[in-house]
Design a protein around this ligand. Sequence first.
Ligand SMILES: Nc1nc2c(c(=O)[nH]1)N[C@H]1C(S)=C(S)[C@@H](COP(=O)(O)O)O[C@H]1N2
Ligand SMILES: [Mo]
Length: 323
Amino acid sequence: MTWRFRTDLTERDVTPEEVYRDRRRIMKMLAGAAATGGAMALARGRIARAMSRSELPEETQAKETAQNALSPITPYEAATTYNNFYEFGLNKSDPARRAGRLTIAPWQVRIDGLVDKPGTYDLNDILKRLPQEERIYRFRCVEGWSMVLPWRGFMLKDLLAWVGVKPQARFVAFETLYRPSEMPGQKYPLLKWPYREGLRLDEALHPLTLMATGMYGKPLPKQNGAPLRLVVPWKYGFKSIKSVVRISLVKEQPVTSWNMAAPDEYGFYANVNPHVDHPRWSQATERRLGGGLFAPRIPTLMFNGYEKEVARLYEGMDLRRFF
Ligand SMILES: Nc1nc2c(c(=O)[nH]1)N[C@H]1C(S)=C(S)[C@@H](COP(=O)(O)O)O[C@H]1N2
Ligand SMILES: [Mo]
């Protein structure tokens, strides 16, 4: 697997120009962070930067120091210890503590409904056919915290093209694994299991919509939805369903777990929107994970900063009504 950055999408948006250009250094930092985690990673990253920096002109060094401080990639440690994955419990620390027992190989995905080639596919076979790439995306939870993550994955549209979508299909429904013996949260009615999500077909076919298999240059940690999860960067995090075992092409808008649990709080669309508040809190700002206790909240962007790419999908729609 090699790092491949697409320049037509989003890295520029989330990454300061100089850092964006210096891909090799980012890769080094990420590799360090992924390999060791936490303080060690930070220390290693700093050492790596200090070594290569001494070869650069002074002005560049100063600029770099400032930009490294603003480096927007969320620390690996934060992204893998502060999680929502109710199959393993309600607390943010539960998934990291309990997901280790989940068996993720072999892993099969059932693809059914309105497709030309329905079937149960082995994930390895899918990965042999579809090109994977790296994408750096913002990620915004409906609860008001956010991250910037380097994912690895394939575009859902490539998978759908391979299995063939029938013309009657209008939505895509997703399901997470149901295995209470390994997912202790499923013994309690926290949500209706299995966890379910859905997208309109045009959302599913959008090139930003990713099926992730890794992050930070490594396989996806179990607490983050190994071995296969959806990532829809312009929607609230709950749409990005983890540990997916079923993908169905359907005619009608599918039911979704959070919408069933609290329909007036979590809509089907769930597009990130600073102008439409959650009934119990404002959505105008967010807290970036890893910024420390006193980091100021930052403004939330329309469609999480992907307005240019996705606004056309919702032209003429009342986003207050279809929240
Ligand atoms: N199966 C499943 N998928 C899930 C969830 C969950 O509880 N179960 N939580 C969602 C929510 S609310 C968020 S914010 C993201 C969190 O992803 P992360 O833990 O990788 O940051 O996963 C989403 N996908
Ligand atoms: Mo969330």
